[in-house]
Design a protein around this ligand. Structure first.
Ligand SMILES: O=C(O)CCC(=O)C(=O)O
Length: 268
């Protein structure tokens, strides 16, 4: 599917774009079933049960996280029982995730917003289970997936309907024009956040992005976004794929390093 020029203009103006009915219900449910079976497998790995804290999405000193850039790993909720997410290389390692990432139209969208050499750097399947799924604190993706120049774009797909009560995305329209305020930096086996500007984002301008299953939400890398805890009895699962420009510099201070596996494109 090609984006229209109005959609591209809207993405450039707001820093995000909502594309309803982008993925079929059948494809969403197929990925949902697959993620459920993976969750069952990954939940049996009790060695890493305590590593994820929802208020600190970077979980920076944790080697389970820092070595997951070329793996399929589960990250637990604070309850130590349910998975918060699976990350971060399913798009390359898992045939179902690779199919979803490469065969359902993201490449055309990437071309439409100006990517000449898109590289798929990170995938996450976010469960946000009813009554359990944690908050994803305000952040920009550039903070975590830094290139020079800035190039990351998030391709976020609602696998379930997302509402304010089950923890939909929120964003600040035009917020991608605010200079990014921090950078998450790796130093060997640990990490730190370099803060350039400690002022708050204008959160009073934030809007909820309530969407139906199958909606694609494109997120500019400098756009501040957030999602609340899931206070409802409804699930809010989502798949998100992060893409950078192959011509931009990906340096070794990013947390995500793949020494043995180069970043691939959509065609691979
Ligand atoms: O799905 C969410 O709740 C947050 C996703 C997100 O922050 C991202 O994809 O960058």
């Amino acid at each position: 599917m090609q984006l229209t020029s109005d959609q591209v203009t809207e993405f450039e103006r707001n820093g995000f774009l909502v594309v309803p009915h982008f993925i079929s219900d059948a494809d969403c449910l197929r990925l949902r079933d697959h993620a459920a079976s993976l969750e069952n497998e990954l939940r049996t790995d009790r060695d890493h049960v305590t590593v994820f804290s929802t208020g600190d999405q970077a979980h920076g000193d944790d080697s389970w996280f820092l070595t997951s850039g070329d793996k399929t790993r589960g990250f637990f909720e604070d309850d130590g029982t349910h998975l918060n997410k699976i990350g971060h290389a399913m798009h390359d390692l898992d045939p179902e995730f690779s199919r979803f990432s490469r065969e359902l139209g993201f490449a055309e969208v990437a071309a439409g917003i100006g990517f000449d050499d898109p590289r798929l750097v990170q995938s996450m399947y976010i469960f946000k289970h009813p009554g359990i799924g944690g908050e994803v604190t305000w952040h920009t993706d550039h903070t975590f997936l830094w290139t020079e120049p800035q190039s990351v774009v998030g391709f976020w797909v609602a696998i379930d309907d997302a509402t304010v009560t089950n923890g939909c995305l929120w964003a600040i329209p035009g917020g991608h024009t605010i200079p990014v305020k921090s950078r998450f930096v790796r130093n060997g086996e640990s990490t730190t956040t370099e803060v350039f500007d400690d002022t708050l984002y204008p959160l009073e301008q934030a809007v909820p992005i309530e969407v139906e299953r199958g909606t694609l939400v494109l997120l500019h890398g400098a756009l501040p976004h957030w999602s609340d805890v899931n206070k409802s009895d409804q699930p809010r699962q989502a798949y998100t794929l992060h893409v950078v420009d192959g011509a931009a510099d990906w340096d070794d201070r990013n947390w995500l390093q793949r020494p043995d596996m180069a970043f691939q494109g959509f065609d691979n």
